[in-house]
Ligand binder design. Structure first.
Ligand code: HAM
Length: 410
């Protein structure tokens, strides 16, 4: 019986797992520098956590969620994103008493999309959220964090911050009405796919990738005309500060994001190096969402990044595998080898036991793995209760008792 992986899933190993682990460790480092605490949530939640907050007409809810009834007939969904589970967890565990509360998390998400390069049905996200701050500096901080993280992980890649302001939720509701009317009046210029969204999700027409739609979209009413002066001033300040932080920004009035909970600042870090799945990180403000999910009325801002997409752009990570190999020349010397093995592990060295019982094979494997030392355990070493240590960088070999080994390996 040969079982294939499920479509849209992938295994991570070899060079890829090294990149994956480097991302996780860089995320944890950056989180610590900015004072974000880790919050891990279950992979599945009650479906209602996602349905309304993400938008009943959003692609994620309409087409992409893995939803099922468990044996109690409870409706469960594999998390398609991390923001709503984080808010649920923060409320469930009383973590929103001291504000702002800053959290991060990494983990698998599930969306039944059409698989292609950079798009999977099970994928991993990095997620950063700041709950409870109205200060526009929270927007700047979280964007700055994203920029630093991407720069550290992808020093040779180019990415651009696309940014827009959606105004208040009321502005957005009014805008949807204006937009629906405009597109209804201009139906004949739209693709069928977009026509279907006119009354349910007109905002999504704005980021249509369909060439047919582009001209009429460019003539559509602009949200910015509905936004208050104060909110526009805040948006200007945010952009100014980001430029001061040397972040390349691109203002995109059609950037609306695919989930329904956003308002005010929305942003995406995009790259030209990935083809159509070009968004590395996406996020924004979601004032009102925490209240919708049963918490106090407080604002929030955050983002999520696709780990697999970052991995596609990353260079190989240098080898940090075990750099001391042991060559046991015959299985009968194992007991003598175990002593040095135990000694090295206790002294915090990393040791690789190769099961070859042959000097030539051991040497070639150690060289292949770019090991720095080979410890040889042969007959003489067993009789004299010592060990031979070959420095693989300069080829020199010495024979010493166990207590002298650490001096040599240092
Ligand atoms: P999102 O734009 O749906 O936002 O996803 C964020 C990122 O996850 C994307 O930019 C992309 O890098 C990655 N991603 C999404 N879908 C896939 C997929 N099928 N395969 C591979 N990578 C994917 C959110 O999820 C929001 N919760 C972000 C947020 C956090 N907003 C505020 N806080």
């Amino acid at each position: 019986m040969k079982i294939k992986p499920v479509r849209g899933t992938h295994d991570i190993f070899g060079e890829e797992i090294k990149k994956f682990n480097k991302i996780i460790s860089e995320v944890k480092n950056t989180a610590q520098k900015f004072g974000f605490k880790e919050l891990m949530t279950p992979i599945f939640e009650s479906s209602e956590l996602f349905k309304k907050p993400l938008g009943e007409h959003s692609d994620v809810v309409l087409k992409e969620m893995y939803t099922f009834n468990d044996r109690n007939k409870d409706e469960i969904t594999l998390r398609p994103e991390y923001t709503t589970p984080m808010i649920r967890a923060a409320i469930s565990n009383g973590l929103l008493n001291n504000l702002p509360a800053k959290f991060f998390g990494t983990g698998q998400m599930f969306r039944r999309e059409r698989p292609q390069k950079g798009r999977y049905r099970q994928f991993n996200q990095i997620n950063f959220e700041n709950f409870g701050s109205n200060d526009f500096f929270a927007d700047i901080e979280i964007i700055c964090l994203a920029n630093i993280l991407l720069k550290n992980l992808l020093p040779d890649s180019n990415f651009t911050l696309h940014i827009n302001s959606l105004g208040t939720r009321k502005n957005l509701e009014d805008y949807k009405k204006v937009l629906s009317k405009f597109f209804n009046d201009n139906k004949k210029f739209l693709s069928n796919e977009s026509v279907n969204k006119i009354n349910t999700n007109p905002l999504r027409i704005l980021d249509s990738k369909n060439n047919e739609d582009k001209e009429i979209i460019s003539k559509s009413p602009k949200l910015i005309d509905l936004i208050s002066k104060t909110d526009l001033q805040n948006y200007e300040e945010i952009k100014k500060c980001l430029i001061d932080l040397d972040i390349t920004i691109f203002e995109d009035p059609n950037l609306v994001r695919g989930l329904d909970y956003y308002c005010h600042t929305v942003f995406e870090f995009k790259t030209k190096e990935l083809g159509s799945q070009d968004t590395l990180i996406g996020g924004g403000r979601y004032d009102g969402l925490i209240k919708t999910l049963g918490g106090k009325d407080m604002p929030g801002v955050g983002w999520a990044g696709g780990i697999e997409r970052i991995m596609l752009l990353m260079k190989d990570v240098p080898n940090e595998e075990s750099n001391i190999h042991i060559a046991i020349l015959d299985p009968s010397f194992k007991i003598h080898a175990i002593k040095v093995f135990n000694f090295l592990i206790k002294n915090d060295f990393s040791v690789y036991w190769n099961y070859k019982y042959n000097l030539k094979k051991s040497l070639s494997l150690a060289n292949e793995n770019k090991a720095s030392y080979l410890i040889i355990v042969g007959e003489n070493e067993k009789i004299n209760n010592n060990y031979s240590i070959k420095n693989l960088t300069n080829g020199k070999q010495v024979t010493v008792t166990i207590d002298k080994i650490t001096d040599i390996l240092k």
